[in-house]
Design a protein around this ligand. Sequence first.
Ligand code: HEC
Length: 303
Amino acid sequence: MEAESVPGRSVSSAFHRALLLIYLVSALAVVPIIYFFTKNELFAQANKELKLLVDVVSSARAIVKDKTRPYFLAKGEFFSPVVSSTVMAKELATQFHKLQPAYMVRMISDNPLNAENLPEGMEKDVLDALRRGGNDKGVIQQGSIRGKTYLMSAVPTKVHDDCLMCHGDPAAAPADITAKYGTTSGFGWQSGSIIGATIVGVPIADLNTAVMVRSGIVIGIITILFAGVLIVLNRVVQGNIIQPILGITEAARAVSLGRSNAPLTSDRDDEIGALTRAFELMRRSINIATDQIARLSRNRTDR
Ligand code: HEC
């Protein structure tokens, strides 16, 4: 009887509850799905940039090794940037950093000519790992240096005999090198040992911020879509289910009070149409039965 006093409410609210549930589940599912894809995307992007930067650095090294070094050494010139590929890479890194401060290119050594090139923070661990692993190809890993997160590629720097000209005995090193860097550090390197590493780092965009922004947008879109679905669904449920059922309820009330002369019709081809037509048959049958009972009782009283 309660349903009759507030007609239509329970059917719509069942739809509303189902819709709300679907909405909540989809809004909740959005965040982990977006997290997964964003993480992959940012990592792939960083990887691509890393490869690019590593290749730029090794191109600069190749120019020194194949072109300028043979040319200048033959003339007895020791100007470091054109003789040492590491120094050229360092020059490149310094210039590049001015244009792209977010990226990192470092030539490190724990026995450096230039104290700037001492390994910092996780660079130390990377150097240790390279020495332990003896991995000439190097390592790619994620890590932070000076509070920034990078995807880093580190390749070991191996000492060759060529290097000893400047990094061997300080007494034999070019005078402008000892004048600039002193004689205490950056010398006495041993051919064949891993003295340092080239570390190239590309920034990994802040994953959490990206996930939050994207999730916000998608949840906003889902909310608008569901609001639209809710409006359309309400109209459909009202027009196709609730209103016809209210009509049949009214008619049933009328029949329950006795003979009813209001026919119910429906040309709908669905369950509601079938219910309406079945109800109409019942109304007629009841009318006939009521008429018969009336006739019988009249006959009885006539007798
Ligand atoms: C012509 C001299 C010269 C030669 C040859 C040379 N270097 Fe250097 N190297 C330098 C100078 C100068 C620096 C310091 C650059 C700076 O100020 O950052 C340096 C720096 C480095 C650094 C960074 C750490 C540090 O010492 O400051 C590494 C690593 C390095 N060299 C490796 C090598 C290797 C490996 C070779 C041989 C393949 C080599 N160098 C050959 C002059 C040379």
